[in-house]
Write a protein that binds this ligand. Sequence first.
Ligand SMILES: NC(=O)c1ccc[n+]([C@@H]2O[C@H](COP(=O)([O-])OP(=O)(O)OC[C@H]3O[C@@H](n4cnc5c(N)ncnc54)[C@H](OP(=O)(O)O)[C@@H]3O)[C@@H](O)[C@H]2O)c1
Length: 216
Amino acid sequence: MKNVLILGGNGRIAQFAIQDLLTTNNKVTLLVRDANKVPETLQNKVKIVVGDVNDLNLLTTAMKDIDIVYSNLGSRDIVPLAQNVISAIKSTSVQQLIWVSTLGIYDELPTKFNEFNHHALGNGGEQSYLSTYTKAAKLIEQAGINYTIIRPAWLTDNNDLDYELTEREDTFKGTVVSRRSVGVLIAKIINQPEPYQGRSIGVNKPNTDGDEPIKY
Ligand SMILES: NC(=O)c1ccc[n+]([C@@H]2O[C@H](COP(=O)([O-])OP(=O)(O)OC[C@H]3O[C@@H](n4cnc5c(N)ncnc54)[C@H](OP(=O)(O)O)[C@@H]3O)[C@@H](O)[C@H]2O)c1
């Protein structure tokens, strides 16, 4: 049983992780910007903290007595959010951060798919999605905290539960993965975090290789 804080608790991947975390007996706290978006079925099963991750005081208070922080944040301004998460973790007794990033932050995709990804995610501009997600992930890797970075392939809302993993130094496999698969993987990591410490994990649906995200 772990005390888990989910940043971006209304996020779509998070909904799948929450289901599994509750069935495996964890105490789940959701940090959300809008409490009205939390599904009614969860209202009496989780603790809800309303706030913004840009608010360092609120974030630090929310991390009191938390074992694992799972960041499901999606933002055009991800770097200051990463900086706040790192600061808050360093001033509390949080043991591990699970940070959802994106594919392509190490240029780790096969050449043609990597080119597609670069174009689609901002063409390498300094403020682009891919550049800012790369910078945020680097900050986390260099912060001296215990982390696991998740790099999902292009996300789908399909219902399949089917994934494989690659490591930081591997060429990324596949092009797509379901949010359900990523959420289930994250709950698995939270339930047994030690083997995943210090890793940056690519997640894809097997046999979905291509020069751009395949449709299925
Ligand atoms: N789309 C893809 O194909 C793809 C592929 C790989 C990785 N990713 C990344 O995977 C991550 C998770 O995906 P998802 O589909 O679960 O994302 P999502 O549904 O958009 O969830 C992101 C959550 O972050 C919250 N958030 C953003 N800024 C915040 C702030 N300042 N303070 C507090 N909460 C904040 C949002 O809150 P609100 O609900 O209040 O807006 C939202 O609930 C994202 O980082 C995404 O970029 C996406």
